[in-house]
Design a protein around this ligand. Structure first.
Ligand code: GDP
Length: 458
């Protein structure tokens, strides 16, 4: 089947050193022939070897538009699996636009956002989970999110999903053949065996699903609230973590009135830190907004950093905080370790049973330990991507949840002693739900929606 030839500017639409105009489709080489004049010789682009690069000019008739390098990748050895031309030109917005216009004039049409990647998917070079990871690689905000997306791009999710699906399909086929041919294929003792196999599949799906919480945090950052009574040193801590004088530090209790939010990086993990006004009763209206909000933030936060002024005794403000964070992931920081300790740490330990660290925001001590602790709490130490996959995509997460549900029903039906043909319906549902993750049996609408989120030229 003949495909349209598409083209787009693949680099950013701002002036820079180099720009790339990409062309893909059956006529890509012909279009290039019409607009490219090599510096030396007169060889046609279509006669040039694949995976070679050529120096010359983009021209429109007699007019020379730019001096360029032209890269040829013939099908199927290209990103899209189609004949592809990349023109490395000067990276000015005007010149890139003029080259694109010329390419369009001589036979290509403008690509839609994500259309190159969509073709890579439709031509079977990558599955849907890999295609989705392309956006994640581009949008990665921190190192670990990037590693996770790259591992998904390399097919880590695809492999896991394929393996689970293969097992489910094998058992469906077995049940059907047994039902078709009961004389030769016996189902004696089979339900027990199936239960074991489906439990294993179920736990694998669950593991992937569980990873999505971490995946979300990897992608978007850990929502972190710094709480503590006024003057405990919350702003000082935030300043150290952020590495600049962002929050205003003062000696008057209760000055951090607005909620500040900062994005910081800790060992490759992103923290979205909210510095709250502290939890306490107050008559001050402005302060009160902050106080109510901080309760709200505690509810929403993935992590609470509770700063205690260790040079004072625990008071009713601390008691309130201790109550409010009982059920949260939290770290207690005994701040002001440079001063004489008045806080009874053993009381905190009994009342809270959360990790406690001694720090001094003033002298910048204990911060490294805090960073290590956060990594351990959320990712059980350093993240390893050799065997771990983190699901970051909400669509993939929903499909996993559906598969998990269906597998649960299979296990239930087996436990209830239902007839075999009963299991296969739910097994088939699980199989199909998993299939949507990698792009099997998904409708055109969904495919279009997914790729429409891409940037131009990708
Ligand atoms: P917040 O109200 O919890 O945000 O507290 P601030 O960060 O504004 O700090 C209140 C006061 O405590 C300021 O004068 C800080 O300089 C001081 N402070 C903060 N951390 C330390 C520390 O580790 N040691 C000492 N000695 N003072 C500190």
């Amino acid at each position: 089947m003949k495909t349209d030839t598409i083209a787009a500017i693949a680099t950013a639409m701002s002036n820079s050193g180099i720009g790339i105009v990409r062309i893909s489709g059956d006529e890509a080489l012909d279009v290039a022939d019409r607009i490219f004049r090599p510096k030396k010789g007169s060889r046609k682009v279509s006669d040039m070897e694949t995976h070679t690069i050529h120096y010359g000019y983009v021209t429109d008739g007699d007019e020379v538009i730019d001096e360029v390098m032209l890269l040829i990748m013939k099908a199927p050895r290209s990103y899209t699996c189609e004949d592809t031309i990349e023109i490395d030109c000067h990276g000015g917005v005007l010149v890139m636009k003029k080259i694109l216009e010329t390419v369009l004039k001589y036979g290509a049409r403008p690509a839609e956002p994500g259309e190159f990647t969509k073709r890579a998917f439709l031509n079977g070079r990558i599955d849907l989970s890999q295609a989705e990871s392309v956006i994640d690689v581009i949008n990665a905000q921190n190192e670990l999110a990037l590693k996770s997306s790259v591992s998904q791009l390399q097919g880590a999710v695809l492999e896991k999903i394929k393996a689970i699906r293969a097992v489910v399909l094998h058992e469906i086929a077995f049940i059907e053949s047994a039902l078709d041919d009961p004389e030769h294929v016996s189902l004696e003792g089979y339900p027990e065996q199936l239960h074991e196999i489906m439990s294993d599949a179920h736990s694998k799906v669950k593991k992937l699903l569980d990873s999505s919480d971490n995946g979300k945090m990897l992608k978007e950052g850990i929502n972190t609230a710094i709480v503590g009574k006024p003057n405990a040193g919350k702003s000082s801590l935030l300043n150290i973590l952020v590495g600049e004088e962002r929050a205003i530090v003062t000696e008057i209790a209760g000055t951090t009135r607005d909620i500040l939010q900062e994005q910081i990086q800790i060992g490759g993990i992103g923290l979205n830190v909210i510095d709250t006004a502290g939890i306490r009763d107050t008559e001050d209206i402005v302060e009160k907004i902050g106080v109510n909000k901080s309760r709200e933030y505690i509810e929403k936060a993935d992590l609470i950093i509770y700063v205690v002024d260790s040079s004072t005794e625990l008071d009713e403000n601390d008691q309130e905080i201790i109550e409010a964070i009982q059920n949260k992931k939290a770290i207690v920081l005994l701040n002001k370790s440079d001063l004489d300790a008045k806080t009874d740490a053993s009381v905190l330990q009994t009342q809270l049973s959360k990790p406690i660290l001694s720090i001094s925001a003033k002298n910048n001590t204990g911060i490294h330990e805090l960073e290590t602790l956060i990594e351990e709490m959320f990712f059980s130490g350093k993240l390893s991507f050799n065997d771990e996959v983190y699901i970051t995509n909400i669509r993939q997460k929903n499909a996993l949840a559906e598969a998990q549900n269906s597998l649960k029903m299979v296990l239930q039906s087996i436990a209830d002693g239902m007839p075999e043909d009963f299991f296969t319906i739910d097994m088939m549902n699980a199989y199909e739900a998993l299939g949507t993750i990698i792009g099997e049996s998904v409708g055109e609408d969904l495919v279009n929606e997914i790729f429409s989120k891409f940037c131009m030229g990708k």
